[in-house]
Design a protein around this ligand. Sequence first.
Ligand SMILES: Cc1ncc(COP(=O)(O)OP(=O)(O)O)c(N)n1
Ligand SMILES: Cc1nc(C(=O)O)sc1CCOP(=O)(O)O
Length: 522
Amino acid sequence: MDLSLYFVTGRELLPPGKEYLESLEEALQGGVTAVQIREKNSDTLEFLQIARQSKILCMKYNVPLIINDRIDIALAIQANGVHLGQTDMPVHVAKTLLPTGMVIGVSCNNMDHVRKAIEDGVDYIGIGAVWGTTTKELTNPIIGVRGVGSLLQALDGTFIKAVAIGGINSSTVLRTLHGSVSPSGHRLDGIAVVSQIAASATPRSAAQRLKDSFEAWVHGFDVQNQTVQVYDVETIKNGVVELLQVIRDKNPLIHQITNVVVTNQSANATLALGASPIMATASEEMHDLSRIPGALLINFGTITDKDSMILAGKYANEAQKPLVFDPVGVGATQFRKTTASELLNTWQASVIKGNPGEMAALANSKEVQAKGVDSVGSGFADPASFIRELAKKERCVAVMTGPTDWVSDGTTVVKLDNGRKILGDITGSGCLVGTCVATFCAGASLLATAPGTNPGTESEKLVRGNMLIGAIGGVLALTVAAECAAERSDVHGSGTFLPALIDELYKLKPETLLSRAKVHVL
Ligand SMILES: Cc1ncc(COP(=O)(O)OP(=O)(O)O)c(N)n1
Ligand SMILES: Cc1nc(C(=O)O)sc1CCOP(=O)(O)O
């Protein structure tokens, strides 16, 4: 059964003047691949009649029909299956009542539900709610996009399909699909949707848009899985140098919502690299800024603009712009942890950058501790594996800074050895790395979206361009410039180091990067 666009009906949401059967037929014409009749306020007779009429339409379009909750109705109209909630008829009892071949789907909100569904041998699970929804009052916690992957991983090796449900619409669909992949590469089989189709005056186009997004995303996912990019040191260094040139030629706008401690030096570092900073924080301007080519940096060292961070990230994803997230001091307070989780469940970061303490907190690892915004101790025993797994889990490039910097896209791990101790003696050196990474990612995005470039399988991505090279470029630019600055005779300590660092970013030459960069591909 094809569950890729699973329409769950909602007659109470029909817009004025729209008939239920007309709306259902239009949805089927728009490409719905499975229909579930969900009647929460009807008596048995009305439910039966609606189910019968719906079945005739579904058969016309050769689309399977599932009945929500009611085994008796499913049997009466010979539906293709039933969908059962956690408080409905238990699956093992339903199996004794239903003929073989009738599909059984179950709602799952947590790992216990998924394990039980596997044990019961269901055909599919509906994972929800992934986002908040106004269609029903939720009794279970919202899972969030980042929670779906681990539930999917539990299905590895089974034939059980999975759809996500709850708050899926045209603006959340891509984030849902991109984020809902397990570290083992298990993806969703479909999306289940109520209001985006049921409440639409044009259900055919509402369905068509969701279907197009799903199909394009699956295509891109499959292509990406089949093509493993192999990197060598020369390719990486040349790629970084190319990006430096793009930045200087095209002067991209780097929108930074950053902390008050580093705002000025971050803006100066951006200018020194050849890009253009804007440190805007008002939510009213987030949409306009997202339309200008460049990149977005969200650094939550002082979280005063959470709403703007949420909006800016959503718009950046919509505009396929690089989004670099610097979760400064994320382990320090519960508020920071909750905010990081909320942000990462709302938008997809292209790059997450942090010190070992911050990355450990994001990954819920106790191996490295943090004190405030600083990392404590000697770091991870196996940083390469840690960073690879984190990148895989968060579906982005991960950068872990320190005396040695580690960068991974979830497959390749790159170790960069240009770190200088003096960088730790000025405030906000990690934040400057975030700025430089955002600037180089903007370069990578401009390169990939240059006029005449065919988006190919990138049309349904949340960002275009090589974010691994962008992230490496940002780290190398800052650390190589720091090396040059530290060697200068006019640098006597951290006070003279900072302006010298900005100077060296300003003067950074391709040949300096090529000769000094210490890059190791693992
Ligand atoms: C595909 C899909 N997933 C989950 C649900 C929710 O079902 P349930 O838990 O039974 O809640 P109600 O729909 O009865 O409110 C679903 N219907 N479909
Ligand atoms: C029917 C249903 N079940 C959910 C669950 O979490 O199991 S959420 C949900 C409502 C989904 O509606 P919409 O697409 O309009 O957000």
